[in-house]
Design a protein. Sequence first.
Lengths: 149, 149, 416, 416
Amino acid sequence: MELDSLYQEVILDHYKNPHHKGLPTGEIQVHHVNPSCGDEITLSLAVTNGIITDLVWDGVGCSISQASSSIMSDLVLGKSVDAAFSILDEFSALMASKGAMVGNEDVLEDAIALAGVSKFPARVKCALLGWMAFKDAAIQADTSWRREQ
Amino acid sequence: MELDSLYQEVILDHYKNPHHKGLPTGEIQVHHVNPSCGDEITLSLAVTNGIITDLVWDGVGCSISQASSSIMSDLVLGKSVDAAFSILDEFSALMASKGAMVGNEDVLEDAIALAGVSKFPARVKCALLGWMAFKDAAIQADTSWRREQ
Amino acid sequence: MKSVLDVAAIKADFPIFEQSMRGAKRLVFLDSGATSQKPRSVIEAESNFYYTSNAAVHRGSYLLAERASEAFDGARSDVADFLGVGSDEIIFTKSATESLNILAYAFGNPRSAHHVGPGDEIVLSELEHHANLIPWQELAKRTGAVLKWFSAREDGSLDLSNISSVITEKCKIVAITHQSNVLGSIPNIAPIISAAHAVGALFVLDACQSVPHMPVAPRDLGIDFLAFSGHKALGPTGVGVLWGKSDLLDGMQPMLFGGSMIESVTMTDATWADAPKRFEAGVPNMAQAVGLAAGLKYLQSVGLENIHNWELQLTKRALDGLREIADVKILGPQTLEDRGGVISFVIDGLHPHDVGQVMDQFGVAVRTGHHCAWPLIRKLGVSGTTRASFYLYNDMSDVDVLLESVTAARDYFRKR
Amino acid sequence: MKSVLDVAAIKADFPIFEQSMRGAKRLVFLDSGATSQKPRSVIEAESNFYYTSNAAVHRGSYLLAERASEAFDGARSDVADFLGVGSDEIIFTKSATESLNILAYAFGNPRSAHHVGPGDEIVLSELEHHANLIPWQELAKRTGAVLKWFSAREDGSLDLSNISSVITEKCKIVAITHQSNVLGSIPNIAPIISAAHAVGALFVLDACQSVPHMPVAPRDLGIDFLAFSGHKALGPTGVGVLWGKSDLLDGMQPMLFGGSMIESVTMTDATWADAPKRFEAGVPNMAQAVGLAAGLKYLQSVGLENIHNWELQLTKRALDGLREIADVKILGPQTLEDRGGVISFVIDGLHPHDVGQVMDQFGVAVRTGHHCAWPLIRKLGVSGTTRASFYLYNDMSDVDVLLESVTAARDYFRKR
Ligand SMILES: Cc1ncc(COP(=O)(O)O)c(C=O)c1O
Ligand SMILES: Cc1ncc(COP(=O)(O)O)c(C=O)c1O
């Protein structure tokens, strides 16, 4: 069933037990919505010496958006902002691939389970919701960290 | 040629030598335009004891609108407002007939030459321009005459 | 409630059903609340306009221009006949959204006979689609007018218990939906119309979800304005309708300015033509207006009363079936009373998007999310719903596939 | 000026030419300035959308909704490619008229980054179509801004001798046509664009008469906004385009409010999505956008440069021929310099309406009257003109019939 390529086991696991989901209390906080379905995410972040040292998110959304946010958190926490952004670029490319890419597991780890999403154009923005919130927050955090130097 | 049913001799005669065209100076004056082609008419009118005693018009327009205004002036001058309005009704019906009516010559006189216009829907409003200006002016004149009684 | 449509014959008139969906499934289209499918006669009416009559209306004295004008004016009088109103009262817009915005701009213009100012009140309801909400929010912001609204109740009806405090002497406009596009509920507008008129306010009906599905007679309802979208009523995309009472339209300022809506123009000033032209600036959506008229004719040939009754029969079967699926909760009206053929539901613990995705694998097209009625969704305490909406081309087997796919969606996520 | 189009092959792509006009005459369509005819590929693109992909875009997760979104987004990027701009900069409207009104409303909204207030100046020209005049008049009236304009000269060019007093520090917006729809003249906009930008004003180009007929690259022109109509560019009725620079669009308030243009909504407040969605409230004119993309593709396949050159060749023959008919006066540019394929003329002592009527008997479709540019017509000192406008499907024999019919019109009224 085509559906199973979308809803892989890994995704449902993250959906049922999302990582780093909690009450975002950090100073840098962003709120993103997906206006077409109403899904929302709030994400807070800390960057110290260019490294993402804290990330907590909360939100309502479908399994894809929840799992993707969970996977993203795992991937970027502890990494430098630059490294995280290059993962984001690779993930964005995968999402835009319309099923043509499988994704580099060394870089994307669990996120390659989301490769199937790229075949369902209406769901791509679900998968990207958390990542875009992260990007927005990281730029803010990075800027304010640099300013403090 | 279909065209000759539109541009009858009588019409071209009125077009070249329009009756009652001049400088409208009466107290009751109206200005009508045909917004789609820019044709304009100014018409002034006097009603005494319910009788149309004076009518002068001026304007720019195609042969149909000029001839129709000329013919209309001949028809209504000296008639009672009521009689003029019943001629107008008959003329309006003729214009709306899409070529199905020939017109009652006893009532419409020269105006039956305009019967062919009804086959050219885009020209019907040309033929009606002067008549509508007359109607508007006559209602105003009639009201003000009644008020003075 | 006895009528049964010949759905097989109807379906055959809609070419889209000739294709199959994912994995050779037949299309079970249950999203007519968003947009309807088009019968061949509509698609061909639009094409034929281009084939035989294409020219700018009311702007040329040649044969094609005559034909175009005749087709366009004819479409206008067809729409007028459909609603039982005068031709001059029908304004072709691009959508119901535009229709409603035209009204909000007109009432915000101090040169309009009827307009709102600081402290004046505009009354809506919590059932409204964004298209009948945000234009009024913006009008309120521009003018200093105040927005008030009737609350929605859990069964999809409106709470009118406080009607006399909601509609007061300060009220100038009341704008309410004829049927909720989320819940299918038909609010009790009669007392609201009376209350509005009693204080001299005008009543605007958002008829997007009613005009395509049941007989609607603006004059009998006693309303002042009505808006609906062509694309939900078998018509083409890109055309909507605004109906208004003649004497009101003639006192209103237009929203769009340009060609064909004028009486006279200089470099610094312009005066307007009468309605409906005043509100139709530019070369109009001629082919779409002609297509819409063909769509409305199709609806008339089946009969609006018959369509409404048939949709209720489909709704009954769906409500009964959904109620038997554990973990499914139907939102809004639970019975056939005061409702149309729209059903929103949620499955415990599942997100509507995921539900819709599984249903798609069965060829079932439903809509998920907030349905452009976000305040109502919040009020219902959910993050979104899955919505099935019926139309004249749906049959009982469509309902069966709906139920099957809902069960499958639940199980798909439960089992794993 | 060497290129010759294969007009016979092109004509065969346009079904309307298969019919005959009054008295078995072939159609000599010379009113493309008002609206163009449609090739089969456009009509079919629109129909095919309904046959295979009809669903509300961006609102459902089912297959048809995916196809609809893909078709609509694809049309957007096709239009963007055609103009050489970014996809997010293309807004689908119902017409150029709507496009221009969107701008005027945005600049009238104090919440827009760029807006006008009392004493600010808006600069136009005497060549403007009502659609690029009245929205600005109304903006001026709403905000207390002042309208100024460049004068038109007899040859259809603009008098720029006073440019430094017309465009001053107070100027906020300059809105000018790329080509006169009455005279065919192409005003010298380059110095106007520079002058506008030098004082920080934005430049709006009404490209209704240029985009369908010649290569137009907004980025090369250095303008800020551009509007054109689909129906004049082989596209369906009911669709237009507004192009604007991304950074400008993102600072602008929308005109229409409703579904799909929002980010978040409560009963009293709403925030907007980014451009282009922000400016496309409601279910959009999907089939028409798709049809327009097909129309632009057709134009590209023939080549815009080729089309422009061919129209000039037709224009040359027409100008030469008309000049030889006694009593005919050609208005505007008398040569091929700085012009497109639009010619206005008058016949001494005859009204344009009567001229057009006789020409119609020859199967010739021309437009007569003020062409929605009444101030220009007054300036020219006539009550109206007869206008012939050429397009890619016209050939030299069309010009010959034009000349024959003009002569006949003159004689018809002379002889009697
Ligand atoms: C120069 C110009 N601007 C604007 C318009 C308005 O276009 P539309 O009526 O398609 O909105 C036209 C055509 O009518 C035009 O020729
Ligand atoms: C109740 C209601 N009002 C308004 C609208 C807006 O219609 P459109 O998007 O066609 O303008 C819709 C549909 O989207 C609707 O269901």
